[in-house]
Ligand binder design. Structure first.
Ligand code: UDP
Ligand code: MG
Length: 329
């Protein structure tokens, strides 16, 4: 019997876990597949972990990976992919924003041969206007920069075959932007549109500032276009400057010395100064990420696992095989 692993990152979700578990168990009861719930406790400080322990005692299909601190959703997901044992893996949010009923549709497409089945948010009316607008802008920019590598409005909610997860875990980067990495892996894909409901309980863990930094991580991990802009802009400004200098030299030669010019000097100095600082900032963004990459730190640190065959063994830190076969230099 094929096994489906649900990978669910949770950060302080004591209000949502039981409802998610009960709804999802019901959905899975209607299917003829084995299921495994891989909850990843991303450094919760509320009752999340004890609820997970209780659920595991009641139902051994519930497993948990508890991280040593809050690593962020991308890293919690990576830890979940690393520990999941299913033939198909489905990352889900615990707040019911990823409709449980859709899992059956995903699995159907998978059984018909799709290696990746992607949930596409068609209707996001429950999200705030600012969130919809910024996210649509992000998808447009990201797709332009990466030549449509990802699907528009596709989040983490999707089904991936074992093969795809295996390939995903071979990506060695430290700055993880899963939405982009899924696209990098390739293979055949099917899109399933759905309306995204509102969060059931608790509150969103993503502030505007966190989302902005997440978008920067995504763009700088997948495109060097922001670096290249400066070569073109610098080239055009240098050309204009050269032509203007030529004009000034000729004018001085033919019309004599002309002292006034404070305004033009200030405009040129301020504009160029601003552009230089901006370009340095963008180089800094990439430099900082190169720094993150060369350190090769573990992607996540596991405090404890619950319900896995090797509970109590040396916990995986996310850098050993199969995450990256040649990264243990
Ligand atoms: N989450 C996590 N670590 C974090 C932030 C969020 O594991 O640092 C989990 C969270 O518990 C939830 C999922 O990621 O299950 C999605 O988070 P949320 O619903 O807050 O995001 P939104 O839907 O508002 O984008
Ligand atoms: Mg949510």
């Amino acid at each position: 019997m094929a096994r489906i692993s649900l990978v669910i990152p949770v950060l302080n979700e004591q209000e949502s876990i039981t409802l998610f578990y009960e709804t999802m168990s019901e959905v899975m009861a209607g299917m003829r597949h084995d299921v495994e719930f891989v909850f990843v406790d991303d450094g919760s400080t509320d009752a999340t972990l004890s609820i997970l322990k209780r659920l595991h005692e009641k139902d051994p299909r519930v497993k948990a990976v508890s991280l040593s601190r809050n690593f962020g959703k991308e890293y919690a997901l990576t830890a979940g992919f690393y520990h999941a044992t299913g033939d198909a893996v489905i990352p889900m949010d615990v707040d019911m924003q990823d409709p449980p009923q859709l899992v059956a549709t995903f699995v159907e497409h998978w059984e018909n041969g799709a290696e990746m089945v992607i949930g596409v948010r068609e209707d996001r009316l429950r999200d705030s206007r600012a969130k919809r607008w910024s996210s649509s802008l992000f998808y447009k920019v990201f797709r332009f920069l990466t030549k449509n590598m990802i699907e528009e409005n596709a989040g983490d909610f999707r089904l991936m075959s074992r093969r795809i997860v295996q390939e995903l875990l071979r990506f060695p980067e430290s700055v993880r932007f899963n939405k982009g990495l899924y696209g990098c892996v390739g293979f055949s894909r099917v899109l399933v549109p759905y309306a995204r409901p509102a969060r059931q309980a608790g509150h969103s863990k993503w502030s505007g500032w966190k989302l902005w930094n997440f978008a920067l991580d995504g763009i700088t991990s997948f495109s060097t276009f922001p670096l290249r802009i400066w070569s073109y802009l610098g080239g055009s400004i240098a050309l204009c400057g050269f032509l203007y200098a030529l004009f000034l030299v000729l004018r001085t030669l033919f019309c004599g010395v002309d002292v006034p010019g404070y305004a033009s000097i200030m405009v040129v100095t301020l504009t160029l100064g601003g552009l230089i600082l901006l370009s340095l900032g963008i180089i800094g963004e990439y430099l900082g990420r190169i720094f993150e990459e060369v350190k090769r730190r573990p992607l996540f640190i596991v405090r404890q696992t619950i319900g896995f065959a090797d509970d109590g063994a040396t916990p995986a830190g996310g850098r050993r095989a199969p995450l990256s076969p040649d990264s243990d230099r």
